[in-house]
Design a protein around this ligand. Structure first.
Ligand code: BES
Ligand code: MN
Ligand code: ZN
Length: 514
């Protein structure tokens, strides 16, 4: 099911505002600015900008929108929209992306056919023009996502407007770089939306096999080679943790393996991306409460992020080798299901006492991380809707970030630029005591205290001492409440971070050990 309309590219223009061919010319407006901030807007609207500011009809508070007609016959834009951009001192690419999404969602509701977003610099001019241009193209593209793919009585979603990013007054050189940035942002936004479609898909249609098929198709279009391991191959590799979780389901598991091997790439470093691919999480025998369980169809959002980041990595031609590993299965309470007290042997050889079958994500990731190492990864990142405790700690805004010092800092820097909020949490050795087992190497749960940390401590056991970062996206993969910049539903978190990370290897240090 493809719900995001196939769309025309986002255009970049360096034309003067009066010459931008568009129905709605959108200009960010900072708090405290008078009509003189962009004087031609006031002139072209017969003083409407000055009037709206003076009367306080428009006060430029974040996401406020003021739309008025252009009266100057010499102007090509039909209407002007001021989008409140708040204080210029805190403006940057993150807010530019959010304002662009908000404008895009609004324009779609009004069935506007052509929208141009005018770039304005931050107060210090510290954010490079191309970074702002990319963020705006991402934001506009993110507004195209539509979650209602199975509605039969609603009109089909409005075709998204044709988007333009206006860098008026840019030099030829600036314009060339902005255009490239816009194309990159467009592509990353599209890949984020594809991940959202996958996460939105119900568990009855998106089984592990179907997830594998769709991920394969998405990645192959990006020039990525894909291999889908079936249950026999999984057994031959000895992935007892994944097979343990899959036992309770009549749907067979899969491991989706992605390889990006660009000609001329150095042997190392090799980025290894691992994503949790639980296509539905009932909890298994340690079954979840009924209320809200439907949300657990998105328990493969981490895997979708890896698949769609691999597509972006291929299309954008990342300069290094990258492997992606997505262990995919349902977590069901079938008659052969994993039971509390069962002991499993992982592909790495380490044994696990299963205390709670609902802590299944760390099990499948343990084998996934091991396999990424087997494939030659030198730097690991895993992404998973792993723990309810991450929602308790950081809410719905921020993903938990865990792992090796240095490498975690690198991932954090990239995430900040990509617009994924992350925050580091500690992995002090003392936490290891919480997963001690009487019978096996360790348990799969560490009690209520620091639940996200003990889950990460479990994963660490499978990283072989490589630089490793773990993103717990349990709170961020799905929006329960609509925000101006994010509707209810899947968010596409981590796609852009993972993809952008593959372009930063010049900054990596090999001594970042976990
Ligand atoms: N998929 C869930 C985590 C989750 C919870 C994601 C809420 C999104 C929203 C995961 O498999 C799980 O069930 N974790 C358990 C672990 C516990 C049994 C140690 C949890 O967090 O309750
Ligand atoms: Mn679970
Ligand atoms: Zn889960």
């Amino acid at each position: 099911m493809t719900t995001t309309a196939v769309s025309s590219p986002v255009t970049c223009t360096s034309a003067m505002l009066s010459a931008v061919d568009t129905d709605l010319l959108v200009v960010p407006w900072f708090e405290g600015e008078g009509p003189g901030a962009v004087p031609e807007l006031d002139r072209s609207t017969s003083g409407e900008v000055a009037r709206a500011l003076a009367s306080k009809e428009f006060a430029a508070r974040p996401y406020d929108l003021f739309i008025t007609s252009v009266t100057d016959r010499g102007w090509r834009p039909r209407r002007v929209a001021l989008i409140g951009a708040g204080r210029r001192a805190v403006f940057g690419s993150d807010l530019a992306r959010k304002f662009a999404t908000a404008v895009g969602l609004n324009a779609r509701q009004r069935w506007i056919e052509r929208v141009a977003f005018v770039l304005r610099a931050d107060a210090a001019g510290a954010t490079p023009l191309n970074e702002l241009a990319q963020a705006v193209a991402e934001g506009l593209t993110l507004s195209e996502f539509d979650a209602g793919s199975y509605k039969t009585d609603d009109p089909p979603p409005a075709r998204p407007p044709a988007w333009t990013v206006a860098v008026s007054g840019a030099t030829d050189d600036e314009f060339a770089r902005a255009s490239e940035a816009v194309a990159r942002g467009r592509l990353l936004g599209e890949c984020s939306n594809l991940a959202r479609e996958l996460a939105n898909e119900p568990g009855n249609t998106l089984t592990p096999r179907e997830f594998a098929r769709r991920s394969e198709a998405l990645a192959i279009e990006g020039g990525i080679s894909v291999e889908i391991l079936d249950e026999e191959q999984i057994a031959r590799l000895g992935m007892g943790l994944l097979l343990g979780v899959a036992r309770g389901s009549s749907e067979p598991p899969r491991v989706i393996v992605f390889r990006h091997n660009p000609p001329g790439a150095p042997a190392g470093p090799m980025l290894g991306l691992v994503g949790k691919g639980i296509t539905f999480d009932t909890g298994g025998i340690s079954i979840k409460a009924a209320e809200g369980m439907e949300r657990m169809k998105d328990d493969m959002a981490g895997g979708a992020a890896v698949a769609c980041a691999m597509r972006a990595i291929g299309l954008l031609k990342a300069p290094i080798r990258v492997v992606g590993v997505v262990p995919a299965t349902e977590n069901m309470p079938g008659s052969r299901a994993l039971k509390p007290g069962d002991v499993l042997k992982s592909a790495s050889g380490k044994t696990v006492e299963v205390i709670n079958t609902d802590a299944e994500g760390r099990l499948v990731l343990g084998d996934g991380l091991w396999y990424a190492r087997q494939l030659g990864a030198t730097h690991l990142v895993d992404v998973a809707t792993l723990t309810g405790a991450a929602v308790v700690a950081l809410g719905k805004i921020t993903s938990g970030l865990f792992g090796s010092q240095g490498w975690v800092d690198q991932v954090e820097r990239v995430a900040n630029r990509a617009g994924d909020r992350v925050w580091p949490l500690p992995l002090f050795d003392e936490y290891r005591d919480q997963i001690k087992s009487e019978i096996a190497d360790f348990t799969n749960t560490g009690g209520r205290a620091a639940g996200s940390i003990t889950a990460a401590m479990f994963l660490k056991e499978f990283t072989g001492g490589l630089p490793w970062a773990h993103l717990d996206i349990a709170g961020t993969a799905w929006a329960d409440e609509a925000k101006p910049y994010l509707p209810k539903g899947p968010s596409g978190v981590a796609v852009r971070t993972l993809a952008e990370l593959a372009f930063t290897s010049h900054d990596w240090k090999s001594e970042d050990k976990s």
